[in-house]
Write a protein that binds this ligand. Structure first.
Ligand SMILES: *Cc1c(COP(=O)(O)O)cnc(C)c1O
Length: 376
């Protein structure tokens, strides 16, 4: 079976983890965490980053930092992962779902402004498949209406918008290092703080509401409970694994892009024959090869193609189910139809995409897809 995902290890992870055990400092914010922070701040020019135990945690920290309260409204695409909205729902926010673009599966920027009310606090764009949302337009709308922008950059490591790294464009941003992402630490994430007035409080929220980080820097002579917070910092074991991965990021990205480009060129003729649509990378965006998806013409075709690939030992999987129609939120949604989100729910299919995928496996997958449309 060709799996949909297979976590890639660089080989250095175990060496670094052994160093952690030898050092006797296993809890968080030690040497490896510092080295990850430095690496990420230098490579991507992020002003301030904090490792977290997941992207979900980083998003929860964002909702606390923005003081999201009962009755506040947050604009989020319906076609996303639950954590994007759960973080804000936990603080009492009402989610105002936006529709998506059919070609990138990113939030449809033209739909945002009509959703803004006097209660709107934030816009949360998601860089789907690691391809940038139209951030200049989103930031202009946010500035005009005095709103915060939180980028869900879970899939967006090493990807850019007009030359600027994703995650550096909103007030705050959240990344994931879950096994399914390009760079992994099992579970893991990162909060990026671009608006410096959030910096101090972000450290406090991540440290159970205490000013422990400032204490260890010698800025205060004792530490205590100063705000709300949680335990969002990962252990050094997680940071050690992450550093090993980060040190191989250029190699990992080069191979993933080769795989992505191979899929694209092998499937192009099927798009020309209108059997399927391939992802679109807008001029302002780069492609970090997080995902390779195709969009089929209808749900029935997608189901049959999934079965056909399964019979050929290939695991291809659909993705999100529109959150506005979810069991938890359907009764809270304002009832607006979100046709593109529903179309993507039914018609988008993700193909196997991981560093160790071989060229002949990509060729085999594309051959089986071609057979499905042309010989069956
Ligand atoms: C993976 C993902 C998350 C959650 O990341 P975790 O690190 O597993 O919490 C959130 N949003 C999006 C868009 C994701 O793809």
């Amino acid at each position: 079976m060709i799996p949909f995902n297979k976590p890639h290890l660089t080989g250095k992870e175990t060496d670094y983890i052994k160093e952690v055990f030898a050092s006797g400092k296993i809890s968080g914010d030690g040497n490896f965490t510092k080295r990850c922070h430095q690496f990420l701040q230098q490579k991507y020019n992020f002003k301030k980053v904090l490792l977290t135990t997941s992207c979900t945690d980083a998003l929860e920290a964002c909702a606390i930092l923005l003081d999201i309260k009962e009755g506040d409204e947050v604009i989020v695409p319906s076609y996303t992962f639950v954590s994007t909205v759960n973080a804000f729902v936990l603080r009492g926010a009402k989610i105002i779902f936006a529709d998506s673009n059919p070609d990138t599966a990113n939030i449809d920027v033209s739909k945002i402004e009509s959703l803004i009310t006097s209660r709107t606090k934030a816009i949360v764009p998601v860089h789907y498949a690691g391809v940038a949302c139209d951030m200049d337009s989103i930031n202009a709308i946010a500035a005009k209406h005095n709103l915060y922008v939180v980028e869900d950059s879970a899939q967006a490591i090493d990807s850019f918008y007009k030359g600027k790294p994703l995650g550096s464009l909103g007030h705050l941003s959240a990344f994931s290092f879950h096994d399914t992402k390009n760079i992994i630490s099992g579970e893991g994430g990162m909060l990026v703080i671009n608006d410096e007035h959030f910096e101090k409080r972000a450290e406090i929220i991540r440290e159970k509401g205490t000013n422990r980080s400032a204490f260890f820097r010698g800025e205060v002579d004792k530490y205590g409970w100063v705000d709300v917070g949680s335990s969002f910092l990962p252990s050094e074991v997680t940071a050690a694994m992450l550093l090993a991965q980060l040190e191989s990021i250029d190699k990992i990205q080069t191979r993933r892009k080769e795989i992505w480009n191979r899929y694209y060129s092998l499937l192009k003729s099927l798009e020309e024959k209108e059997f399927l649509k391939l992802p679109v990378i807008p001029d302002y965006a780069t492609n970090n090869a997080h995902m390779f998806f195709i969009v089929l013409n209808n749900l029935e075709t997608r189901s049959k193609l999934i079965d056909h690939l399964k019979r050929n030992n290939i695991s291809a999987v659909f993705h999100y189910i529109s959150l506005h129609a979810s069991a938890y939120y359907v009764s809270k949604h304002d009832g607006r139809a979100l046709p593109v989100s529903d179309m993507l729910t039914n018609q988008l299919l993700r193909l196997p995409m991981f560093y160790d995928l071989k060229n002949d496996e990509v060729d085999f997958i594309c051959q089986k897809i071609t057979d499905f449309f042309t010989t069956l």
